[in-house]
Design a protein around this ligand. Sequence first.
Ligand code: ADP
Ligand code: MG
Length: 273
Amino acid sequence: SAAPVVPIASGAPSWAAHRVSRGEVSVHGVTKHYGLLRVLDDVSLTVPAGAVTVILGPSGSGKSTLLRSINHLERVDRGFIAVDGELIGYRQQGDTLYELAETEVLHRRVDVGMVFQNFNLFPHLTVLENLVEAPIAVRGLKREEAEAQARELLARVGLADKAASYPRQLSGGQQQRVAIARALALKPKVLLFDEPTSALDPELVGEVLDVIKELARSGTTLVIVTHEIGFAREVADTVVFMESGRILESGSPEQVFSAPRHPRTAAFLDKVL
Ligand code: ADP
Ligand code: MG
């Protein structure tokens, strides 16, 4: 039903769709404006399947917008993003791209999990109900299956005994661990974290980072925006530094933290370390 659209990338997107492999997140030449403000400026990034990428950068540099674009929440002006070989926002048929209808976007979004700074749990639902709702509605699981899976995930994040609690009865760290379990319940191909520990009291940060470390070890593809440098050093395969909508540099944690190539990266690290 949706109208065919002209290619969004320079060059043929059919070429784009063919050169991304399964499980991989591929961001290619992405530019986005809010009005006259260029928020993403020719951003390219590849996250191989099973790899962990940490994105650093000052406030306003476009980190959240990039994550939201990967999660189909924003439309980019130029360039393309693909997850596991499927273009975000478009369906490809032969050489023609069709814009996805809203229902198709919802369906595709299941492949990309997102964990936010403020947990975003449903306050009126128990922890268990927070975890079973979407798998039943979106993945079509039977209630017993969804509940069994939810209990398994709660055990994985150390909250087996909280199934009947409401979010307000949990600490921030526990709520964030529930949010991670909820994201995992949809079996996403990639999980995005937008400053997952920024809203937490310092003593609760560790328990959430431990859960993310376990995911990293288990081979889940992760893209994490965080200012936790020690954590990034430990889990990241690649560290990316953004400023003013651009990626100024990327490399191994060792390289970026110990010998940043760009003076802006060095100046930023001086402030957060
Ligand atoms: P970061 O996550 O790195 O702090 P954001 O991606 O949130 O950066 O924001 C990048 C820039 O885009 C900022 O200047 C911000 O004010 C602006 N911005 C973000 N969302 C919107 C929006 N919905 N409308 C207008 N400007 C926005
Ligand atoms: Mg942000």
